[in-house]
Write a protein that binds this ligand. Sequence first.
Ligand code: VGL
Ligand code: ZN
Length: 224
Amino acid sequence: MTAFRPALVIVDVQEDFCPPSGALAVQDGRDIVPAINELLSLDFVLKVATKDFHPPDHVSFASNHTEPNNKPFESLITIQNPLNPEETQETRLWPDHCVQGTMGSELLPELNATEFHHIVEKGQDKRVEMYSAFADPFVNPNVSRSELAKLLRDKQISDVYIAGLAADYCVKYTALDAAKEGFKTWVLPEVTKAVDPTSLEDVHKGYETAGISLITVDATRQRL
Ligand code: VGL
Ligand code: ZN
């Protein structure tokens, strides 16, 4: 039996994803902070925060595209793998958000950020979208990978607990990649908020297919 070595990954709890002034504010995004701080007080082997961290010319910004296919939240564009034009992905356009060096890219100040062992930045490559904190969605080959998988492996992590923003984008793709990387993966739905809450039923079905489990803060505390 392998040892239980849990890690906590808090995804993208940044000003631009939160009211009152975030460019891509998720409804009630700030409300998850008390639960995150409670999770941060538990005895995880490794505690990581991720940050969406884009250059101003990022491909996901509607402002970097021309009409008529440049509506934030609505337009879907097709992007090619810069390393393999045969591989394409359809991806959604957003308002400018989490631009490197701006206030919007900062973690919420009410997080107990001193508990984080590492901050992993993602989405720096202007050519590709990167919802997952592990890698961009291209596979043939990958274009951009973060250090997250190595951080988890170096600490011999067995289980990854994931919370943060947004439930239907970066939390979802980070969880799916954590499972693909071979970690037992847990998502805390009460410690997430979605861009589109009506999508969550499908998101949770996808978790079931991927062997990802949902868990409450209470149950997490009891297991730790
Ligand atoms: C995210 C949209 C665009 C997220 C990041 O953190 O969920 N969503 N970039
Ligand atoms: Zn982004």
